[in-house]
Design a protein around this ligand. Structure first.
Ligand code: NAD
Length: 490
């Protein structure tokens, strides 16, 4: 079994406390790695190293920074299959999804590298003669990145690559359940030529290691993806030092199925949207709001199709649903199944923990007769649990869709163009899909949510650069005299 150290100031170094933590395969419960746990001193060393590296890295021309990212993207491509298998063995998602996770990292790396020749500002006319106005993008400084376990390489890459191309130096903490892909990513970037101190990797508990990053005064911005609870805490702490914060938090994403929809396509969408990644996606469809006329047939066909899904170790190419990440998550999902029953919803399929398998497996669950006020219809479960909710018409469906505190992704299945445009206009979410499920974002478009899903920032797309740069406005006056804006305008 392999032991992994922290990566600080360009060296793999042991934790100063000597403490470690263990990493398990959720499908087999095998111990797969032992990791060094960073102490507060280690976090401080990582921050100091990032601070020292900032001057040289931020002054390196962005197209030269890009060459390192292009090289890293090619290395990720070459190692795609190996990394996907490593991911399935650590996180549990089925192999084809793990390949997609690595592909997302490849895509964002190329995309960010391309930004090295853009990093666009704007030029505009001045209201005064002989004056030139423009904006330029500047890096923020030392940035802290904190990521969850459900996209072990895609989410780290979503943050690391745009942050690097923008000229920042980084202290990065991955989730303790899935550090291995982050370690590989750091190795790849180092081999691709990233200078010492530009990217530092610290691992360990959220509250201590993550907390030390958030509280460190030299860290000028924190980019966080994870739960609402942690996000709220980070926002409060960061406010003390006026740090910039980007929060990508939970979701309770609805699929609306209208009675004019192509039912087969909608069912395919629900199966993929709800049970892909065993429901452990921030964009997972956990509420399916169906127009009442088609609900009985829709429910019957959804049950039939869900029964066909194969559960097991994601390394088996025939498996549709892998394990959930750990026992805490398994018990949380099981508890929500009980809550649903207690609230009066009908469990029409699944929901049992699968005992003979050694790992953390649970059957995909379907609840019917769910009302929007029930906890299973409002709270993020982060597992393969679907609530079927009846709606009379589109207005009611949208009202139900909007009745939760989250607003990340959403979807509508309809053949009626008016329904589609109304949904785009009225659903309170950062993303709306038409005739496609709630998952499947592409890296060159903004990603993020409204309401409690975040604080208004967006990752990926051109917005990824906004997250990691400061805009400086520049006025060049070449008139040779004092000119006063707003005053010398007659
Ligand atoms: P989590 O909040 O428990 O942990 C996320 C990360 O934060 C981990 O690295 C953890 O160690 C760290 N952390 C925990 N407490 C901390 C603290 N006090 N200070 C600093 N860091 C701390 O979330 P999770 O269980 O790993 O991930 C699941 C959640 O992530 C779900 O709510 C899901 O919806 C959300 N998520 C959101 C998106 C998105 O883009 N909106 C994407 C994926 C996952």
């Amino acid at each position: 079994m392999q032991e992994y150290k922290l990566f600080i100031d360009g060296e793999w170094t042991g934790s100063s406390s000597g403490e470690t933590f263990d990493d398990f395969n959720p499908a087999t419960l095998e111990l797969i790695a032992r990791l060094h746990k960073a102490s507060k001193d280690d976090v401080q060393r990582a921050v100091d190293s990032a601070e020292d590296a900032f001057e040289a890295w931020s002054r390196t021309p962005a197209p030269r920074r890009a060459t390192i990212l292009f090289r890293a993207a090619r290395m990720l491509e070459e190692r795609k299959e190996e990394l996907a298998r490593l991911m399935t063995g650590e996180m549990g998602k089925v192999l084809k999804e793990a390949r997609g996770d690595v592909q997302e990292a490849i895509d964002i790396t190329y995309y960010a590298a391309g930004e090295g020749r853009r990093l666009l500002g704007e030029t505009t006319p001045s209201e005064l003669p002989d004056k030139f106005c423009l904006t330029v993008r500047r890096p923020i400084g030392v940035v802290g990145l904190i990521t969850p376990w459900n996209f072990p390489i895609a989410i780290p890459a979503w943050k690391i690559m745009p942050a690097l191309i923008s000229g920042n130096t980084l202290v990065f903490k991955p989730a303790s359940d899935t550090p291995l892909l982050s370690i590989e990513l750091v190795k790849i970037l180092t081999e691709a030529g990233l200078p010492r101190g530009v990217l530092n990797l610290v691992m360990g508990e959220g509250s201590t290691v993550g907390g030390a990053i958030v509280k460190n005064k030299k860290i000028r911005a924190v980019s966080f993806t994870g739960s609402l609870e942690t996000g709220k805490w980070i926002l409060g702490e960061a406010a003390r030092d006026m740090k910039r914060v980007s929060l990508e938090l939970g979701g309770k994403n609805p699929i609306i199925v209208m009675d004019d929809a192509d039912m087969g396509m909608a069912i395919d969408g629900v199966l993929w949207g709800a049970f892909g990644t065993t429901g452990q996606r921030c964009t997972a469809a956990s509420r399916v709001i169906v127009q009442e006329k088609i609900l009985p047939l829709f429910q019957k066909r959804l049950i039939e199709r869900t029964k066909l899904l194969k559960i097991g170790n994601g390394l088996d190419e025939n498996v549709d649903i892998g394990p959930v990440i750990n026992n805490t998550q398994l018990q949380k999902i099981a508890r929500y199944i009980e809550i649903g029953k207690e609230e009066g919803a009908k469990l029409v399929l699944g929901g049992r923990i699968i005992k003979p398998l050694p790992g953390h497996f649970i059957e995909p669950a379907l609840f019917s007769d769910v009302t929007p006020d029930m906890r299973i219809a409002r709270e993020e479960i982060f597992g393969p649990v679907v609530s079927l909710i009846r709606a009379g018409d589109l207005d009611e469906a949208i009202k139900i869709a909007n009745s939760v505190e989250y607003g990340l992704s959403s979807s509508i299945y309809t053949k009626n163009i008016t329904n589609a445009f109304k949904a785009v206009e009225k659903i309170e979410a950062g993303i709306t899909y038409i005739n496609a499920p709630t998952i499947g974002s592409e890296i060159h478009l903004p990603f993020g949510g409204v309401k409690s899903t975040g604080n208004g920032t967006r990752e990926a797309g051109t917005t990824a650069i906004e997250e990691f740069t400061e805009l400086k406005t520049v006025y060049f006056d070449y008139s040779g005299k004092l000119q006063k804006a707003q005053i010398d305008v007659e």
